[in-house]
Design a protein around this ligand. Structure first.
Ligand SMILES: [Zn+2]
Length: 101
């Protein structure tokens, strides 16, 4: 059973509808429906070395900027580690490896 919502960025958890660009981009320019433009651009993660804990801090700060109270921001980032990017099991993002078969 999948709990992920495809309408949220699978890296930072931001709803893609809040993304001014409507989602990240693959290297061929196609839109990603899994990642936002802040996390994913031109077929790669914008912060490839970021850990999930760093992402939680960054996302909470971003939410605070958007006017969310601190406790809400904390609540929203609490489950970030369950998102696809952090669940791949490996340090390599699955974005490019998915077509390897
Ligand atoms: Zn994102």
């Amino acid at each position: 059973m999948r709990m992920t919502t495809q309408n949220d960025c699978q890296s930072c958890g931001m709803p893609l509808k809040n993304d001014p660009k409507g989602g990240g981009t693959y290297s061929d320019g196609a839109k990603s429906h899994s990642y936002c433009s802040y996390c994913y651009a031109d077929g790669r993660f914008t912060h490839p070395d970021m850990t999930v804990d760093q992402m939680k801090i960054l996302s909470a700060a971003k939410l605070r900027d958007q006017g969310y109270p601190l406790f809400v921001a904390r609540l929203l980032v609490r489950n970030l580690h369950k998102l696809e990017r952090w669940n791949a099991g490996a340090s390599r993002p699955l974005a490019s490896g998915a077509r390897a078969k």
